[in-house]
Design a binder for this molecule. Sequence first.
Ligand SMILES: N[C@@H]1[C@@H](O)[C@H](O)[C@@H](COP(=O)(O)O)O[C@@H]1O
Length: 264
Amino acid sequence: MQIVILNDAAAVAAYGANIFVTQLINKPASVLGLATGSTPVALYQALIAKNKAGDISFSQTTTFNLDEYLGLTGAHPQSYRYFMDQQLFNHVDIDKANTHVPVGDAVNPVTACQAYEDKIAAAGGIDIQLLGIGRNGHIGFNEPSSGLTSRTRVKTLTKATIKDNARFFAEDEYQPHLSITMGIGTILEAKKVVLLATGESKADAVHAMIEGPLMAKCPASALQMHQDAVIVIDQAAASKLDDLEFYQHIETENQKLQAHLASL
Ligand SMILES: N[C@@H]1[C@@H](O)[C@H](O)[C@@H](COP(=O)(O)O)O[C@@H]1O
C-alpha cells in the first residue's frame, strides 16, 4: 500500500482528483470505479472544474459505482444513482448510458448482481477504483464478516452503518437495511484502487486497514492484498497509526524516486 498523509481534507481531495485527472488524460476511455458518501464530493467538484476547463473529458469514459440501496429507485433523492447524477454526471460531458450504478429496484436483485459483474467484465474491468471507508472498516457496503473474495451481491447493513447514514434521510423516511454492493473480490480486481479517508472518526478504521491483520472483520484490510492501492488520508484520520513517521518517510523517498524516474 502507498500511504499518503496530508494536512487536511482539501489536500486529500486534491491529491485524489489529480490521480483521476492523470488517468483520464492518459486514457480517456478509462473504466472508472466510483464511490458515494461525503468524502469523495470535493474530488468530484475538482473533476467537474477540470472538465469545464477543458483539461479532461469523460466522453469516452465508462463508470461503475460500488453500491446502491436495495429498494430505492434511481429517482429517490437518497439513492446512490441520484447522488452520482447530482454530484458528478449531470455536470460533465459523460454519456449517461456509460454510467452504471447497481439497480436498487431490480425485480430480481440476485440476477441483477450477476448482470453487474458481467457488465464490468464486458467493459474490460475497472482501471481505477475510488473508495471511501466506513467507521467499521467497510468498503462499498461490504460490512464486517464480508468474504474477502466476495462478488457483487445483496448485503445486509449493520446497525452502525444505518446509524452513520441516517443523517441523509429525513426522520420519518424509510431507510433501507439492505444494499447491492460490489464484492471485495470485485474491488480487488480493479487495476488500481484509491481510498480516501478524512477526519478523526475514521482513525480506528484506518489503523485496522493499514496495521491490523487481514481479516473479514475489517473489510478494507483486504487492500493489503492489492498490488496498487493508494491510501490518501489526512492527519486526523492518520492519528491512530503506530508507524506514522515511517509512512511519511517512505512517501518522501517515493517522491524522490518518482522525480528521478520522470527525469530519465
Ligand atoms: N457505502 C458508502 C461507502 O462507500 C462510503 O465509503 C461510506 C463512508 O461515507 P463518508 O464518506 O460519508 O464517511 O459510506 C457509505 O456507507
